[in-house]
Design a protein around this ligand. Structure first.
Ligand code: HEC
Ligand code: HEC
Length: 344
């Protein structure tokens, strides 16, 4: 048994604590806006990683879960990983962009962490390749307000943590140990099987409506979204675990964020190659949550489909695959219906 990842008691307690924090922050005014009335499409409490074949180290996962929700790892004592990766929203952030511990808005929307263990690259610009490496990011970028060494020191002052680290890793709390534990916990965040999964892994078309199947046709051929949003990219283990990810894990400019004056150059910031200007990693669609795009600029799937139908936003680096599609009303609703079915 995987201890308590979804166990209502412990989970609820942490959540309550955290919701308090969340209310506090939004009460102070939410400068970045929030998508409203948003369902959580891809989050199924009860799905556990062992159901798709992983056998995680239970002690390490329990430690990682505790750390993930612990606001003591931030300067003000108000921010945890879960502040921006909210389990109520599929471990994503419903705000357009996230707020750092100091209350300042960042540049990007926080993606869902469901199935994150299957992704061969992380972040909108592909900056990290391993979960263990990524954990240091929020400390280094100021999102947590303190450095990772400082956070580890705080943990060393807590006897229960010292005990848990010793049991799980045979060591006192260290940044590397924190990274291992939090990464192990994140690998247990697995989405449930959806109707689109069944279509793609069992070839069972009966689980989709005619509208959704027409949407799939447009997605695969007419649009063609599936060239970039590949169900089973070769560099990820999606097929093995029956989880189509819908990303090629490559970088493309589709015009979001628009012009050269935009503050976010995407992949270019890492490679300094001009063709990468404004290019972002194709997001794995099966777990996308609103609002959409790296800057959270599109609130709904309907807006996303309008965006693509119009041909993205023209700019010198626009991918040749993005062009006006002139979709009619039926095509648009079919496409939206198919995108929704990915998480149902
Ligand atoms: C202040 C908000 C905030 C906090 C706190 C935060 N994150 Fe994030 N997280 C983000 C944003 C925003 C992104 C996307 C940033 C980017 O791509 O440049 C992100 C991206 C990620 C990703 C990459 C997912 C992917 O597929 O691209 C992982 C993994 C992740 N965060 C884990 C964590 C962990 C673990 C913690 C705690 C140590 C944490 N985050 C704390 C906002 C936050
Ligand atoms: C050229 C490759 C490419 C094609 C073709 C493409 N996309 Fe995308 N898609 C991307 C990239 C890259 C992003 C992220 C862009 C950004 O945030 O700047 C994205 C973002 C998205 C998002 C937002 C996901 C999230 O988590 O925020 C959705 C939904 C989406 N695409 C659906 C579609 C649909 C539907 C089509 C077909 C009409 C399509 N895409 C065609 C590359 C592509």
């Amino acid at each position: 048994m995987l201890r308590g990842v979804w166990a209502a008691g412990a989970f609820g307690a942490v959540l309550l604590l955290w919701i308090g924090v969340f209310e506090h922050r939004t009460a102070a005014g939410d400068p970045v806006g929030r998508a409203s009335g948003v369902p959580v499409p891809h989050f199924a409490p009860g799905t556990r990683s062992f159901e798709i074949g992983w056998r995680p180290d239970e002690q390490l996962v329990a430690l990682g879960e505790r750390l993930f929700f612990d606001t003591r790892m931030s300067a003000t004592g108000r921010t945890a990983c879960a502040s921006c990766h909210d389990p109520r929203y599929g471990f994503a952030d419903p705000r357009r962009v996230s707020l750092s511990d100091n209350g300042k808005p960042g540049r990007r929307n926080a993606p869902s962490l469901l199935d994150v263990g299957l992704r061969p690259s992380l972040m909108w610009d592909g900056k990290f390749h391993a979960l263990e490496q990524q954990v240091f990011g929020p400390f280094a970028s100021g999102e947590m307000g303190i450095g990772v060494e400082h956070a580890a020191q705080r943990l060393n002052a807590d006897e229960r943590y010292v005990h848990q680290f010793r049991e799980a890793l045979g060591n006192w709390p260290t940044p590397d140990g924190m990274a291992q534990a939090i990464a192990a916990f994140q690998r247990t965040l697995v989405s449930r099987e959806s109707r689109v999964d069944r279509l793609l892994t069992s070839n069972d078309a009966s689980c989709l409506t005619t509208l959704e199947l027409d949407g799939y046709e447009i997605f695969s051929r007419k649009a063609p979204c599936g060239v970039c949003h590949r169900p089973f990219p070769p560099q990820a283990d999606g097929r093995k675990y029956r989880r189509p990810l819908f990303s090629d894990f490559q970088y493309h400019n589709i015009g979001v964020g628009g012009r050269y004056a935009a503050p976010d150059a995407g992949r270019f910031e890492l490679t300094r190659r001009q063709p990468d200007w404004g290019a972002f990693r194709t997001p794995p669609l099966r777990n996308s949550t609103p609002p959409y795009m790296h800057d959270g600029s599109l609130a709904t799937l309907e807006e996303v489909v309008e965006f693509y139908s119009a041909g993205g936003i023209p700019n010198p680096n626009l991918s040749p695959l993005i062009r006006p599609l002139h979709l009619n009303g039926y095509d648009k609703s079919a496409l939206v219906a198919f995108l929704r079915a990915m998480g149902e």
